[in-house]
Unconditional design. Structure first.
Length: 241
């Protein structure tokens, strides 16, 4: 380029240029970002995986705790359990109202009878049978009920909802001055099939006059009026299944 005086001038490019990273630095930067950078989707999946694992751990811990509680409460469930089909099984059902007496029972193949006594009931042993009725093998639901009727009391035993036994007693047999005993087998229990199984034993109290015109009630030491219900095998050959 010619200057004002006619001499040649050399013009240099004085424009600024931005100095960027070298090719090696760019490659290292891309490698570093690719190695440590986590996408939003990956982070979301990691959070879900952690939550699932924590939930599974808590569930296993809670299940173990509940299993221990269930094992403790299981005997109170009053469910009939038949571990040995060759033995009698019986359990008293929960009372839905006061003095409700119902049982679920299993009788193995054979012949049985339900026996009821209302006199000479003692703390142990058996009493003279007032009435009895046959009952077949298998599962049954027995119920015992004592009601007041004119002029005394009636004791009724039902099997699977149908009347099986009924005994009428005169006034004074139960003077409602108290009693001891009641239904048995609140926990499912099994017994040998060749022996009797007592379901209910109750002994009535008696009034004893006092000198002041009053009276006291107490249960006699020996046999007395009451209710005794049991199941026993009948004599004779075993029935088929």
């Amino acid at each position: 380029m010619t200057g004002p005086d006619g001499s040649d001038e050399t013009v240099s490019d004085t424009s600024d240029t931005t100095t960027g990273p070298s090719a090696t630095e760019s490659a290292l930067l891309r490698t570093s970002r690719g190695r440590w950078q986590v996408g939003l989707r990956t982070l979301f999946l990691l959070v879900i995986a952690c939550a699932v694992w924590i939930t599974h751990f808590n569930d296993r811990r809670d299940i173990a705790t509940l299993e221990k509680r269930i094992a403790t409460l299981h005997p109170l469930a009053r469910e009939l359990e038949v571990a040995d089909p060759s033995r009698i099984a019986v359990v008293k059902m929960d009372e839905l109202w006061y003095d409700e007496n119902k049982w679920e029972l299993y009788l193995p193949p054979g012949r049985y009878r339900v026996c009821l006594a209302t006199r000479e009931v003692d703390n142990h042993g058996f009493a003279p049978v007032v009435k009895s009725a046959a009952i077949g093998a298998g599962r049954h639901r027995l119920a015992l009920d004592e009601t007041e009727v004119d002029p005394g009391s009636r004791v009724v035993v039902t099997s699977d909802g149908a009347e099986l036994l009924a005994v009428d007693e005169p006034r004074g047999w139960d003077d409602h001055s108290g009693s001891t005993g009641g239904g048995e087998h609140s926990i499912s229990t099994q017994f040998p099939a060749d022996g009797p199984v007592v379901l209910f034993r109750r002994r009535f109290s008696k009034k004893t006059p006092e000198g002041n015109g009053g009276y006291t009630s107490s249960t006699p030491n020996g046999p007395t009026e009451g209710i005794l219900l049991w199941i026993e095998p009948e004599a004779g050959p075993k029935a088929g299944p």
